[in-house]
Design a protein around this ligand. Structure first.
Ligand code: PAF
Length: 290
């Protein structure tokens, strides 16, 4: 596995690969890797000749200085995990390398970003879109891999790929969970023991909402039941729990048979902000439940 630190080195490397007719996969990450990331890397290694993994804790997508400062940074442990998973090139740039000057361009994803993470973390998706588009330009992948735990991020990146005509296929994979249901996240490392023990209740709340919806409850009733369940846990402070169309991300009020729905939440758990979601695809919904 090669480790590259500069944009020029990555560009030269990927240009050579393209000239040699190799198929390139990119897995953009912020490091502190877990099984969710490694599944993306393994999938990319199966589909592509060259797998580029970027590790960059992107300052422009954090709207909370402490969250950025405390984000786990474990480059050596990450590198040790990546080679056996099939990573060919690890791209580890500095902030100065990725942002030789402050970006002036601003992305606006309209309704897609006026909800959930976009509404609660102003500027977040501008930062994500800026860094992901830079990574796409530098690595020119045929495929780019993202995890569905960041459901809204996948929707935003898909929109960006479409609007800007990036010539690549976006591949997304379902959330990987711990045995007790907690969604794997780099931030889980920061959870104090008590908060870690309580954290699986977030997924249980999502399951409760999904179950209510499939039984024909209104979105408001399902949302209230899940929020009340979360409210029983003093370690949690719920930021939002929204039930939305899985593609447009706009809130739904009544369940429409055949509609793909996502239930998303963000909560502070023992001082750590976690997000999670559950997706209801049309075929999972009870026939006639409406
Ligand atoms: O999902 C993440 O880890 C980040 O948002 C990403 C896509 C690597 C951009 O910094």
């Amino acid at each position: 596995m090669e480790i590259l630190h500069t944009a020029a080195a990555l560009q030269a490397y990927t240009e050579n690969c393209r000239r040699a007719g190799l198929r390139l996969g990119l897995v953009p990450t912020m490091g502190a890797l877990h099984e969710g990331h490694l599944q993306l890397v393994r999938a990319a290694a199966q589909a592509c000749d060259v797998v580029i993994v970027s590790i960059f804790v992107n300052p422009t997508q954090f709207n909370n200085a402490d969250d950025f400062r405390l984000y786990p940074r474990l480059p050596q442990a990450d590198a040790d995990l990546l080679a056996p998973a099939g990573c060919t090139v690890l791209f580890l740039p500095s902030v100065e390398e990725m942002y030789p000057h402050a970006a002036v361009l601003r992305f606006d994803f309209g309704a897609l970003e006026r909800v959930m993470e976009g509404a609660h973390r102003p500027g977040h998706f501008n930062g994500v879109a800026t860094v992901v588009s830079k990574l796409f330009h530098l690595s020119r992948p045929h495929q780019a891999y993202f995890g569905q735990k960041d459901w809204q991020q996948v929707a935003i990146v898909r929109q960006m790929v479409m609007d800007l005509g990036f010539d690549l296929e976006l591949v997304s994979f379902p959330t990987v969970r711990e045995a007790d249901g907690l969604a794997m996240s780099s931030r889980n490392r920061r959870l104090p023991a008590e908060a870690r023990a309580a954290a699986p209740r977030l997924y249980a709340a999502l399951q409760l909402a999904a179950e209510q919806l499939t039984r024909g409850a209104s979105a408001a009733a399902a949302q209230a039941a899940a929020a009340a369940y979360i409210g029983q846990e003093p370690a949690f402070s719920l930021e939002y729990l929204e039930i939305a169309d899985a593609h447009t991300l706009q809130p739904i009020h009544v369940w429409v048979p055949g509609q793909a729905v996502v239930v998303c939440l963000a909560a502070q758990v023992g001082g750590v902000r976690l997000i999670d979601n559950i997706v209801l695809l049309p075929e999972q919904q009870a026939v006639g439940a409406a």
